[in-house]
Design a protein around this ligand. Structure first.
Ligand code: SF4
Length: 325
C-alpha cells in the first residue's frame, strides 16, 4: 500500500462533515455513500488498513469519480480527495473491463482509442494532437496555425494521463519525440496532455493565440464558456479562453463557473465506464446553456467530444480558426 501510505494522516483528517456532498446535490446518480467523496476516502482507508478486501464493487466505486476536484473546493479540512482516490486506484489489482480496453489500445497503438495518430514536421513550435483530437479537429488545428502564420510541427499519440488517472503507469514516446525534434515551444488544446508534459512548460492553445494577438472578426452570437476541470482547477487557466471569446462574440457565464464549475463528465476514462452518469453531468450544462440561449464553448477535447453528443457545442479551436482574419 505504498501509494496510499503518504495519505495516512490525510485520510484520518476527514471529519465526515459531508460538505463534499454539496456539489452532488444536483445529480441523481449517487445511490450509496461510496458514490460520494467522503465514502471513497473511507474505502481507500479500508483498503490501506486491509480491513476491506478488494472486490469489483469497490473497484467500481473508486473508479466512479472524474477526479474533477470540485468537491475539494467545499472541503473545510482541505483534504486532497482526488489524490487519495487516485492513489487508491494504483493499489487496486483489478481494472474495470472498459478501462482494460483503453490500456490495451494504448499498448497496441499509442492511442487510447486505438486510432491512427497524425504527425507532421515543421518548425520548433509543436502542437500535440493527443488521442482525443479527431479528424474534424485536426483540420481546424492545421488551418488555425496556417492563419497564424506558424509552420507547426504536429506530434501525435496519447500522453498517458487518462491511463494514469485510472491507476496505471504507461510510457509515452511524446517527450522523446519533442527532444529529438529540438522543440522549443509546446502547445496543446488538451489539459490532460499539459499535465503529463509539464516538464516542457506547455502553453494552452488559448494562451498561444493570445500571445500572438491576431486580428479577429466578431459575430453576434451568445457563447457560454464551460471551464474544463483540468484546465481550470488543475492548471488555473480561466481567463484566456474568456478573453478570446469576448473578443469574437458575446460571452455568457454558467451560474457555477471558474473554480466552482460543474464537471461535464467528458473525461474519456469516466464516460467509457459510466456513460449514464456522464450523460447526466453533460445534460445539466446543456440545459443551463439552452435556458440562457447560448452555445457552449469548450477548451478541452475531452469536454468537446462528450458534450457535442447532447447539444450545440463548439470547441474554442474551431471558434478561433473561423474568427482569425
Ligand atoms: S468535506 Fe472534506 S472533511 Fe468533510 S466529509 Fe468531505 S472529505 Fe471529509
Amino acid at each position: 500500500m505504498k501509494m496510499l501510505e503518504k495519505y495516512h494522516d490525510e485520510m484520518l483528517s476527514c471529519t465526515g462533515c459531508a460538505f463534499c456532498k454539496k456539489s452532488y446535490a444536483a445529480y441523481e446518480f449517487p445511490e450509496k455513500e461510496s458514490d460520494y467523496p467522503k465514502g471513497k476516502i473511507m474505502l481507500a482507508y479500508g483498503l490501506y488498513t486491509k480491513e476491506l478486501e478488494e472486490n469489483m464493487e469497490m473497484v467500481r466505486a473508486l473508479q466512479k469519480c472524474t477526479l474533477c476536484k470540485r468537491c475539494e473546493v467545499d472541503c473545510p479540512s482541505l483534504i486532497k480527495i482526488t489524490d487519495i482516490i487516485k492513489a487508491a486506484r494504483f493499489e487496486l489489482s483489478t481494472l474495470l473491463p472498459e478501462h482494460e480496453i483503453l490500456v490495451d489500445n494504448f499498448r497496441r497503438t499509442n492511442n487510447i482509442l486505438g486510432e491512427e495518430n497524425f504527425e507532421r514536421d515543421g518548425s520548433r513550435i509543436a502542437f500535440i494532437m493527443g488521442c482525443m483530437v479527431k479528424k474534424e479537429m485536426k483540420d481546424a488545428v492545421i488551418s488555425l496555425f496556417d492563419k497564424l502564420g506558424v509552420d507547426v510541427t504536429i506530434v501525435g499519440g496519447c500522453c498517458g494521463h487518462p491511463i494514469e488517472k485510472i491507476g496505471r503507469k504507461v510510457e509515452t514516446d511524446i517527450g522523446k519525440k519533442l527532444r529529438e525534434k529540438n522543440i522549443e515551444k509546446v502547445v496543446l488544446s488538451c489539459p490532460n496532455g499539459m499535465l503529463a508534459l509539464r516538464e516542457f512548460n506547455p502553453m494552452h492553445i488559448t494562451q498561444f493565440v493570445l500571445s500572438l494577438n491576431p486580428e479577429m472578426k466578431r459575430e453576434e452570437k451568445r457563447y457560454i464558456y464551460h471551464d474544463s476541470s483540468f484546465l481550470g482547477r488543475y492548471l488555473g487557466i480561466y481567463d484566456e479562453p474568456r478573453e478570446l471569446i469576448g473578443r469574437v462574440a458575446n460571452l455568457v457565464e454558467f451560474d457555477e463557473r471558474r473554480e466552482r464549475a460543474k464537471q461535464c463528465g467528458g473525461e474519456i476514462e469516466f464516460r467509457r465506464a459510466f456513460p449514464q452518469e456522464a450523460e447526466e453531468l453533460a445534460m445539466h450544462l446543456i440545459k443551463e446553456a439552452r435556458e440562457k440561449n447560448a452555445t457552449i464553448v469548450t477548451a478541452s477535447p475531452h469536454c468537446y467530444g462528450h458534450l457535442k453528443e447532447y447539444g450545440e457545442v463548439v470547441d474554442i479551436v474551431h471558434l478561433l480558426e473561423r474568427s482569425i482574419i
